[in-house]
Ligand binder design. Structure first.
Ligand code: SF4
Ligand code: SF4
Ligand code: FES
Length: 540
């Protein structure tokens, strides 16, 4: 890249003393190799408009003052490199907080929340002897101390955006974790965390994604505090107690009779608990009972692709995802060992899931949290079907001419990195595809609100977060939100119905099935759904 490269930069401007409304101004800034966003702002300030207001101090990623939104993502201006290939650099103030002027926001509300939790060590008495703290005793605290209070995580948190009164937010959880894990502390900060909405975090990991200090807030702060709250203090919401009870009694959180798990398959000639099958289709609780079209479409596609597969029917049990998020590791272990036995006894070669939560639980949590390796590859259905299309095992007969966008489930995308396969299928079946607005896709996708036990513990918050996503991120003209997780689907559908939005949620497998089977898909999806998809395709 030579010195002549010019960056197109759009900057949010608002001076309350003279502007009725905020507006954007555009500047051209010469690109210099190694440039950071702060250099861009300094150039604009020095060469175009000395009144541009923005904060910075250390220029070294230490003071946290320069945090702003850079192309839809919160980050430190002094640490974020400029990509000369970026078509346009859009610079805005952090959302959530009131704007004082231009890029400077008033974070007072955030600090008030921090003060409320009494964010300091409380000692009962002064020690009479020299006090030794061993390194191992502060291992869990160390990452929390890295926080430079830049407020980027708060700006990106979907729960803060929708329910800051209920959930203190990621920075509050970081401070509470630091204090809860400190053996010298005499104050009950774990109880404070519970009261500040410990179980309202969706564990979407958006905060982890953007934290300049790479603090793993969902796992190392929220997850660990939940573990302590649940196992050591019995600090649990009643809604979650009910879920735990359901799984213990019924092997699923929905309190359904587990013997009816494969009822959706009765008319489809789908193998149930078939010995000799090499691929296990793990259907998951939501697709077994609440979103059965997903199960029906997925199993039919596996059949059409010639897979030697089976579902487990009554032998399938909850994957344990919700217990990982609650911190009940004993129960997760029970389910993980059960799954390990199933895989061994049936001699499966691989597992495919519909649900992003089951996918992450099998792929990451069993292994990282319990050291239990299922010993076979785990696929999400989108990965397997993309492969089938490549190998010519699925032939597309019907192009679907639908304007659509795609929601990246956190557990599939940001957590495991499956971004391309769903998009590949979307393009192959002919959808007119646009990414979500505000750069809220792939790693920067906004959570649907259902994860981390929030759907069961705080249903209204979960639904409001999905509604926020629909209202803010779905591109104009998009008729369909393509879904790849029945749990996200369920929550989005609740938001769409409650608010009468005109957009339709459709699972990727349903669209793929219609694309492969044409009118024959009626046998699987029902005639209403088939007609709905075709009428969307005709632009009606
Ligand atoms: S946790 Fe990370 S993103 Fe959040 S305020 Fe601290 S340093 Fe910034
Ligand atoms: S994991 Fe998601 S919901 Fe939880 S604190 Fe981070 S951004 Fe907020
Ligand atoms: S100027 Fe201090 S963190 Fe960027």
């Amino acid at each position: 890249m030579n010195k002549e490269t010019k960056l197109k930069v759009k900057v949010f401007r608002f001076n309350p003393l003279k502007d009725a409304e905020p507006h954007y101004e555009e500047y051209e800034v010469p690109y210099i190799e190694g440039m950071r966003v702060l250099d861009v702002l300094n150039y604009i300030h020095d060469n175009y408009d000395g009144s541009l207001a923005y904060r910075w101090e250390c220029r070294a990623g230490q003071c946290g003052s320069c945090s702003i939104m850079i192309n839809g993502k919160a980050g430190l201006a002094c640490q974020t490199s400029v990509d000369p290939e970026t078509k346009e650099l859009i610079i805005e103030p952090l959302p959530i907080f009131p704007v004082i002027r231009d890029l400077v926001v008033d974070v007072e509300k955030g600090y008030k929340k921090l003060l409320k939790i009494r964010p300091y060590l409380h000692r009962e008495s002064v020690s009479q002897h020299p006090e030794i703290i061993y390194q191992y005793e502060i291992e869990d605290i160390k990452p929390m101390r890295e926080c430079i209070e830049c407020w980027s995580c708060v700006a990106m948190c979907p729960v803060v955006q929708n329910a800051w009164d209920i959930y203190g937010g990621p920075i509050v959880m970081t401070h509470l974790a630091k204090l809860s894990f400190d053996k010298r502390n005499a104050f009950d900060h774990l109880l404070t965390a519970f009261l500040e909405g410990l179980y309202a975090c969706t564990q979407c990991a958006n905060c982890k994604e953007i934290c300049p200090k790479e603090i793993d807030i969902p796992e190392k702060a929220v997850g660990k505090m939940r573990y302590l709250a649940y196992n050591k203090r019995n600090l649990v919401r009643n809604e979650h107690r009910k879920i735990v009870e359901n799984v213990r009694r019924f092997y699923n959180p929905l309190a359904e009779d587990n013997n009816t798990r494969a009822d959706w398959a009765k008319d489809l000639d789908i193998p149930v608990a078939k010995r000799g099958a090499k691929l296990l289709y793990f259907v998951g609780c939501m697709a077994s009972w609440r979103e059965q079209r997903v199960a029906r479409a997925t199993a039919t596609l596996l059949k059409l692709a010639g897979e030697n597969f089976t579902v487990l029917g009554p032998y399938e049990r909850d994957c344990g995802s919700v217990f990982v998020r609650l911190g009940d590791m004993e129960l997760v272990k029970e389910f993980a060992l059960y799954m390990k036995n199933i895989v061994k006894n049936y001699d499966f070669d691989a597992i495919v899931t519909s649900c992003a939560g089951c996918f992450r639980t099998f792929k990451i949590d069993y292994l990282e949290k319990l050291g239990i390796d299922l010993g076979v590859p785990i696929y999400h259905s989108s990965e397997l079907f993309a492969q089938h299309i490549d190998e010519g095992k699925l032939t597309l007969t019907t192009k679907l001419n639908i304007s659509a966008t795609y929601h990246d489930p956190c557990h599939l995308g940001r957590h495991v990195g499956v971004f391309e396969e769903p998009r590949k299928i979307i393009r192959t079946i002919g959808l007119k595809f646009k990414e979500m607005l505000n750069e809220r896709y792939k790693e920067n996708s906004r959570c649907c609100g259902a994860g981390g036990g929030v759907r069961s513990g705080y249903r209204d918050i979960a639904r409001d977060i999905a509604a926020y996503r629909v209202e803010n991120d779905v591109p104009k003209g998009a008729k369909v939100i393509v879904q790849t997780c029945p749990f996200c689907y369920f929550n989005f559908e609740d938001a769409v119905r409650t608010n009468n939005y005109s957009v339709t949620n459709i699972d990727l497998t349903e669209l793929l099935l219609v694309s492969v089977m044409g009118e024959d898909a009626i046998k699987v999806l029902g005639s209403d759904r088939y007609k709905e998809i075709m009428s969307l395709s005709r632009g009606e």
